[in-house]
Unconditional design. Sequence first.
Length: 289
Amino acid sequence: MQNETKNASDDLEPLVDAAGTTHEAVAAGEARIVSLVPSLTELLCDLGLAPQLVGRTGFCIHPREVVRSIPKVGGTKDVRLDRLRELAPTHVVLNIDENTRDTAQALVDVVPHVIVTHPCAPEDNAALYSLFGGIFGREQEAARLSSGLADALTEAASLRVRVEEERVLYLIWREPWMTVSHQTYIASMLERVGWICLPDVHEPRYPSFEWDAEWLTDVQRVFLSSEPYRFRERHLGEVSSLSGRPASLINGEMVSWYGSRAIAGLRYLTALRAELAGLPATVPALPRV
């Protein structure tokens, strides 16, 4: 009878990226991948796809020993399209926030498959794992990461009910002083352990501010991130004096990197939240900076 034969792939969810583009699954060994996003480079390696990575940006530094031998194609916002073209990739992965629209548009004429990502919250990483796992034939590895993410989210939620919400200022730059808005992935990560970012704005995403701003009176704690500006111990006294609040260094990679790093990042924040609240840590603490 007609139409009774059904392929196994018919039951699979379509592989749709953040730009709404549907992608076909390919055998991992047949893909030549360039990653223009540090977090995604790390994720691709954790999915077992390092042998298929033929290009990266200079900011793609993890895992260090693996990426060292992968050619660079410039930065996240100044991609060398000529160099990228020489590498003959079948796929390029990028991110709406970290790469420019001009780069994305130029890549359409250079590369057969452009995969666009845009995780806005830690939960979004599960879909990211599935997308890459489905496209590049790494479904089992993606499922393993999704399980780890679910566990880390559960651990964070378990801690959050044991602590009171705390309003925080998360510093990312100095001269001018800059922080993050509620629309950012960073703010979403912090919120999972009960740290609420101020100011309470959605735009701009990374606002600058002066220390006499009225909303600063509601801040209870200040974090100095290790990236993009590398705050160090010597800045703590300055910030404590300016803010009149407790100030701590925080590992920016653990808070802002998505992909597979989100799992370690959530556990890092859970341990740090417990430590600063004077509670026993439910997961091992990780390096702050």
